[in-house]
Structure formats: structure tokens, C-alpha cells
Design a protein. Sequence first.
Length: 227
Amino acid sequence: MPRPYVLLSVATSVDGHIDDTSPSRLLLSNSEDFDRVDQVRAESDAILIGAGTMRADNPRLLVNSEERRAARVAAGKPEFPLKVTVSASGNLDPDLKFWHHGGDKLAYTTDAAEEKLRTTLAGLADVVSTGPELDFGALLDDLGERGIERLMVEGGGQIHTAFLSQGLADEIHLAIAPLVVGDAEAPRFLNPATYPGGSTHRMHLAEARTIGDVVLLRYLPKQESTA
């Protein structure tokens, strides 16, 4: 089975941060952009976030629009996309909101953590090991076998870095908010890594548009810029 189409979705500040480290977390997107993200979720077969994002944000990770959920059902799809997470350690709290809202859940982990995670998430999620280490290619192969055609990846930075640096990302949705975080400790969209093509590879810009005071850039990393 073919691997799913992988879309990385992120909102950053002007200075490239995806969050700050203060107790009151920044909302980088505006209401219009949150609605756009909800539409992208509704168009996806699965949504993936990393364990760190789950612990930091404790999201439900749902399609919020009733109309969009109804349209999914009318099209013969589950009401909610499959929710997926990744944890090498298997240290995931079963009380997090992720496990108790929406439809089916799936957790990828390593051989060493598989048994522990199966016990922790019994009755909450399917657990799959990708081998001695997290293998994102194997993860995509498994999702393809499950019929997942479109995967939306919502972070965090370590997960986005893994997909992009391994040449596994087909599209990037980069929403830039008119804010400056100015915090040296704040996480960024991507971490240092060796990326396909190196620093001279210019990705193809598929779209640039304003959404209120946010700018959305859609990049296709596997294609060269034609400019």
C-alpha cells in the first residue's frame, strides 16, 4: 500500500517560534486561521502529534465543526480522523484529553516501551512498535496499510524535524503570526538537522495568502522552486 501524503502544519511568530515558555501560552493563530486548520483536519484521514506536544498542550485534537464532521460521515468516513501519537519512551499519561475525545487512537513506540505502553493505554488506543527505535518510514508504511491516505502532522518541533529531515513531508502549511516572542528558550518549528538538498534547496511555494492578520505559506519541499 502507498504511504500517506504528509502535511506538516504549524503556526509561528515572526521570529520563528511556535510558543513561548511563559505560564500563559500565546495563541499565534487568529479565529479565521483556527477555522482553516479545522478544515484541513476534516480533510485528513489521520492527525499526528508528538508526546511532548501532548504533555505541554493537552489537546483534544478534534474536528470542531459539526458540519465538517457530518460531511465526513456522509462521505463514508469516520466522524473524526484517526488520532496518532509517537513516543520513544512510552511515558504517556492515560488521563490526557487526547485519549478521551474523538474517535480511534493509535500510538507508535519502540520495542523497549511497547509492553509498558500497551498496559498504560489498554482500552484507549492501539499500540504499534516500529522496532528498536522510532522509525517514521515504518510508521507511514503502517498507516498506509490501514488505509490512511492523508496525514496531518501538527508537531511539535522534534516531530516536524524528523519528517522533513528524512524527506517524508510532502507539504508544509506555515502560518506566520504578527507577533515577536523574543524568548531564547522558546521552541521553534524545526530543530538543527541535515535536510534533503541542504541549505541551497529552495522549496516550491504553492500558495501565499493572508488570513486576517496571519500569512499562510504553502510549501512543497520535494519540489524545487521555479523562481
